[in-house]
Design a protein around this ligand. Structure first.
Ligand code: SF4
Ligand code: SF4
Length: 536
């Protein structure tokens, strides 16, 4: 049963979790079978870390002493004040104000949120829950009416360290997928609230999941990639991929690096080189055979399209976005094309412009998703595709960043329908899709037991959608493929398929779109075996 947690419970001065979870309270998923219970955190974690929201934490903050608690609270309030100051937050203040000023409390957004629904409607995950806390705190501490009239103007919440930490933890239970914003009748954006709460903690206090910050944007800017891969390692991985592609296709495949004057700078999420090298490999095959003029870059940051500043830090976001543009200009490319990565595409194509001041504007360098280019290649007729090569059930997961937030919905469908005879849609899909559950960095956040929360709660709705899409062919003798043209979404697919044993029970696997295109090229031998793509 959902727990009736109140705003004041969030301030309870205790390190006990206020909302422990039970599997039997979560949204039921047909065909899932028996599900293991939530594993409680070991005592040594309870002693060491602040897990006081729901016994999970991607932040993994060691329990602070009284002085440290005071410092965190002060930093939080200072950051909150800056959030509403036009000089400090010119980037996102307008939409933040709209959200804090105009919510009608109709709760349409709650019915749209896969985390809230998937959790069994636990109050702490309701889209408006964290927004209302932020709203009340801002009024209480930074408006005259709130300082004096408190409860009369909805400013009755007193801040303490525990409230601040539970609030930022709750911001890391939101995928920032903006499905809630899409349905809001007055256009308020609770996803932005989550993102801005995270920003306060990163920019003001340096508190963030290490995968996004110290091992994310910091590492990206210092060594060249958020994976830790340096330029030399990147070049070696391309050599390895070229050899592999040569063996698979029986042709010499050359993947250009640092080629000046190429039309396109192609930037992949560098996680592909380590986890799914067949994806950048398939790009190499497709682009070479289609005669596309392109290059990769070995410059620092230029070979990793990831930008985790999108999820928690404006400054890091701007630094990485600017670097991507500089690399393309240095090579003399006419445009940047982003590989199969949703957040990298949205960041580079849309958000970077918003966080750079006028004299650093990036708009003179065109930037695009790879998906329309796939359709251009297909319909140009330069290559012949044989759909019978992909004659197994497929469904398409839309990256929220690409479909909902950029409106790119049809190119990937046109390609898929043309080359996959057994394609079927998930419901809902396109701009109305549900997040994979790995959005806003969750897919790579693995501190303590956070993966358990992700698999059981945020990835739950996507698991349900996949099982429903294949409900007519669940028989394990039929191999099935979930297309996820996004690196982080693939991470979530790998996660949920392994956790719920969807390969073992139902022969459901996953992968990118470009691999299916190359698999169908008539002039080449088949590119893939589904077993090869299984999460095991
Ligand atoms: S749908 Fe919009 S107005 Fe309604 S509760 Fe949600 S944020 Fe507020
Ligand atoms: S952004 Fe997505 S996960 Fe976050 S509250 Fe809105 S619908 Fe839920």
């Amino acid at each position: 049963m959902a727990k009736n947690i109140t705003f004041k419970d969030m301030a309870l001065p205790s390190f006990e979790a206020i909302n422990p979870l039970k599997v039997e309270e979560l949204m039921p998923v047909p065909n899932l079978g028996e599900e293991p219970p939530f594993e409680p955190p070991p005592d040594k974690w309870k002693e060491k870390y602040d897990l006081s929201l729901d016994w999970h934490s991607p932040i993994a903050l060691p329990k602070p002493n009284a002085a440290e608690q005071e410092r965190i609270l002060k930093g939080f309030l200072k950051g909150l004040e800056r959030l509403f100051n036009p000089q400090d937050n010119w980037t996102f203040l307008k939409i933040l104000r709209l959200t804090t000023d105009y919510c009608m409390r109709c709760q349409t957004c709650s019915d749209a949120c896969h985390v809230y629904i998937g959790s069994g409607e636990q109050e702490i995950y309701r889209p408006t829950f964290r927004a209302e806390i932020l709203r009340r705190l801002y009024r209480r501490y930074f408006t005259s009416s709130g300082k004096f009239l408190r409860s009369l103007v909805g400013a009755d919440l007193e801040a303490n360290y525990h409230l601040a930490m539970r609030l930022v933890e709750s911001a890391y239970r939101c995928n920032v997928c903006r499905r809630c914003a899409q349905v809001c009748p007055v256009g308020v954006d609770n996803a932005l609230i989550s993102r801005e709460i995270r920003k306060v903690f990163t920019q003001e206090l340096g508190i963030a999941p290490k995968e996004l910050f110290t091992k994310g944007t910091r590492q990206h800017l210092l060594v060249g990639s958020s994976t830790g891969m340096q330029p030399g390692g990147f070049k070696e991985s391309i050599e390895f991929i070229e050899d592999d592609m040569g063996e698979r296709t029986g042709r010499k495949i050359h993947i250009p690096i640092d080629q000046k004057g190429a039309d396109i700078l192609l930037i992949h999420n560098a996680g592909e080189y380590l986890s799914w090298p067949e994806n950048p490999g398939a790009f190499g095959v497709l682009f070479q055979m289609a005669g596309i003029s392109y290059t990769l870059s070995s410059d620092l940051v230029g070979y990793d399209g990831v930008n985790y500043g999108l999820f928690c830090d404006d400054l890091e976001l701007a630094r990485i976005g600017l670097r991507h543009i500089q690399v393309a200009k240095k090579l003399g490319c006419k445009k940047i094309v982003v590989g199969e990565c949703g957040h990298a595409t949205k960041t580079l194509c849309v958000i970077t412009d918003r966080v750079l001041p006028g004299d650093m504007a990036t708009s003179e360098m065109p930037r695009e998703s790879c998906l329309p280019l796939f359709w251009e290649i297909y319909k140009s007729g330069v290559l012949k595709f044989d759909p019978s090569r992909n004659n197994f059930p497929t469904t398409l997961h839309d990256s929220c960043n690409i479909a909902r937030l950029m409106g790119i919905v049809m190119p990937q469908r046109k390609v898929t329908r043309a080359i996959c005879p057994q394609f079927r849609e998930m419901t809902p899909n396109g701009a109305h899709n549900y997040c994979c559950g790995g959005g806003s960095g969750f897919a790579i956040m693995n501190e303590l037991n956070f993966p358990q929360w992700r698999k059981k709660v945020s990835e739950r709705m996507k698991t349900k959608q996949i099982l429903e899409a294949f409900k007519d062919c669940l028989d394990p003798s039929i191999q099935k493929y979930v297309i996820a043209a996004c690196s982080n979404c693939k991470g979530a697919m790998r996660d949920l398929i392994a956790h719920y044993k969807l390969w073992d029970k139902y022969s459901i696997t996953y992968g990118g779109l470009v691999e299916l295109m190359v698999n169908a090229i008539v002039d080449l031998p088949p590119f893939m075996e589904l077993e090869f793509f299984s999460p095991d």
